[in-house]
Design a protein around this ligand. Structure first.
Ligand code: ADP
Ligand code: AMP
Length: 217
């Protein structure tokens, strides 16, 4: 089953992703994580993505779509996936849904995490991220057990460059200008479950896992 985890930056997609992927037995595919990995490794893709990411803009559709459809053909993802941070434009959404349909694959669930803008700004400015595995923390709401050290892999926990105040504002504007329009497309072509992402992490987790269980059953 393919699952789309949708919501604005800071909604809690990365925070919930591991539990969903484990419950649905599918790999977690985050386009943002893929770009950051390429950036760290200094690849051509990383160099291309950097300027867009630094400005809080979207990487061009042609680049992202090829990347995702290629990833979805890897052995671990042929039976399903958890897509996080994709699709982010109407074109990405139409292309993904057409591509999945052509492969005989169906979107089993779309989880739409709804969070107010003022909450998103506080979350993104307090977010800390593992520099190696991408695990997401928050200085107040979800700190690592040992300050600055990732609970999952022991690597350094840092602030993402694009979580600066200026870039956060640009990313939220990009969401409202280009990504919010994806939702009507998803509602038309799949079943969307709206979840109140303003709630505490554990309550959001219970709600999203209930959606997965219902879709799986
Ligand atoms: P996204 O992947 O959607 O951009 P993250 O999962 O990285 O968002 O979450 C953004 C920030 O908000 C992180 O610092 C995370 O720890 C925190 N966070 C996530 N979900 C919640 C929640 N339900 N309540 C409070 N803080 C949260
Ligand atoms: P994220 O980790 O999901 O917040 O993504 C970080 C950045 O990567 C975004 O601000 C974009 O610049 C880029 N990015 C991630 N996913 C996409 C996508 N589906 N389409 C275009 N750009 C993306």
């Amino acid at each position: 089953m393919d699952i789309i985890l949708f919501g604005p930056p800071g909604a809690g997609k990365g925070t919930q992703a591991a539990a969903i992927a484990e419950r649905a037995r599918v790999p977690h595919i985050s386009t943002g994580d893929i770009f950051r990995k390429n950036l760290r490794e200094g690849t051509e893709l990383g160099k291309l993505a950097k300027g867009y990411m630094d400005r809080g803009e979207l990487v061009p559709d042609s680049v992202v779509c090829d990347l995702v459809t290629d990833r979805l053909t890897h052995a671990d993802a042929v039976a399903g996936s958890l897509l996080d941070g994709f699709p982010r434009t109407v074109m990405q959404a139409e292309l993904l849904l057409d591509w999945l349909e052509a492969q005989g694959r169906t979107v089993g669930a779309v989880i739409n995490l709804q969070v107010d803008d003022d909450v998103l700004v506080r979350r993104l400015s307090g977010r800390r991220t593992c520099s190696a595995c991408g695990a997401s923390y928050h200085v107040d709401h979800n700190p690592p057990s040992v300050a600055g050290v990732c609970d999952e892999c022991g690597s350094a926990v840092v602030q993402r460059a694009d979580d600066s105040e200026e870039t956060v504002a640009a990313r939220l504007a990009t969401y409202h200008d280009q990504t919010a329009a994806v939702l009507p497309v998803l509602r038309r072509r799949a079943t969307v479950s709206d979840i109140d992402g303003n709630q505490a992490i554990d309550r959001v987790k219970a709600a999203v896992l209930a959606v997965i269980d219902a879709a799986d059953g």
